[in-house]
Design a protein around this ligand. Structure first.
Ligand SMILES: NC(=O)c1ccc[n+]([C@@H]2O[C@H](COP(=O)([O-])OP(=O)(O)OC[C@H]3O[C@@H](n4cnc5c(N)ncnc54)[C@H](OP(=O)(O)O)[C@@H]3O)[C@@H](O)[C@H]2O)c1
Length: 245
């Protein structure tokens, strides 16, 4: 339990599994009530909510395709109706797709921008009023240090994540002083499930610290963004120093 977070309401996007789930559960352990957003992973979202309730906090699941403005707006209305407030928004949901440049068309480019960048704009836009009404509203965006040194085979992903950083800086200005907006830019933490041990090894070698990060370290950085009252417009690289190489 954390006195600062006890009774706050957090919405975590893409919270059914993987990093979003870790973030949601840690916020719950600290005493936050949690709105668990999902798109397709209903079963896993329900399990996340169930685990949160067992911790003694309120938790409900909310389904939305975050590329759809109407669905985002409806989700924020439902969150307001269910919890009566929103204090913390973690924009975590995203897609990660290999897109070799010469084989990537406009539809693919747009779908990645929509999933990774427009979604963050829409969630922030429709959560802003609730966050402004909170005593200390905060947004944490999840980006990637590949935004600083884009990978050729993932260009739309990298550009979308660079957009998330620019959006963080802009939102920090627009929403100050009521709402703080920060970003954690990750290196490789949890590789996609179909990536093998060789790839993990290769990625570890590319960092200064010679290992991948852990979900617990991501959670630590997110919590710092949430709880440090003088922090806004910050972009925290959490990649074991990979972006410096
Ligand atoms: N994993 C890593 O090592 C790593 C590295 C660098 C950056 N990051 C960033 O960290 C965050 C979490 O990473 P992750 O690997 O845990 O994520 P992930 O498993 O790839 O995706 C998280 C969730 O995003 C949701 N999502 C995707 N498109 C959506 C849409 N259009 N509308 C609504 N929800 C959508 C999916 O929900 P459903 O399953 O419910 O459809 C998915 O479960 C992401 O922003 C990612 O880019 C991760």
């Amino acid at each position: 339990m954390d006195m600062k977070l006890q009774g706050k309401v957090a919405l975590v996007t893409g919270a059914a599994k993987r990093l979003g789930r870790f973030i949601a559960l840690e916020l719950g352990k600290r005493g936050c009530h949690v709105a668990v957003h999902y798109r397709k992973s209903e079963k896993e979202a329900s399990e996340t909510a169930e685990t949160l309730r067992a911790l003694g906090v309120k938790a409900e699941i909310f389904k939305a395709d975050l590329t759809d403005e109407g669905q985002v707006k409806a989700m924020m209305d439902a969150v307001a109706q269910t919890f009566g407030q929103l204090d913390i928004l973690v924009n975590n949901a995203a897609v990660f797709l290999r897109t070799p440049f010469h084989q990537t068309d406009a539809a693919t480019w747009r779908s990645i921008m929509d999933a990774n960048l427009t979604s963050v704009f829409l969630c922030s836009r429709y959560a802003a009023k609730l966050l402004e009404e909170s005593e200390g509203g905060v947004i944490v965006n999840i980006s990637d240090t590949a935004a600083f040194s884009p990978w050729g085979a993932f260009l739309p992903y990298c550009v979308s994540k660079a957009g998330v950083i620019a959006l963080t800086l802009g939102l920090a200005k627009i929403l100050a002083p009521k709402v703080r907006v920060n970003c954690v830019a990750l290196g490789t933490i949890l590789p996609p499930e179909d990536y093998g041990e060789n790839w993990r090894q290769e990625m570890s070698e590319k960092t200064l610290l010679k290992r991948l990060g852990t979900p617990e370290e991501v959670v630590q950085a997110v919590l710092f963004c949430v709880t440090c009252d003088y922090l806004t417009g910050a972009v925290i690289p959490l990649d074991g120093g990979r972006f410096l190489r």
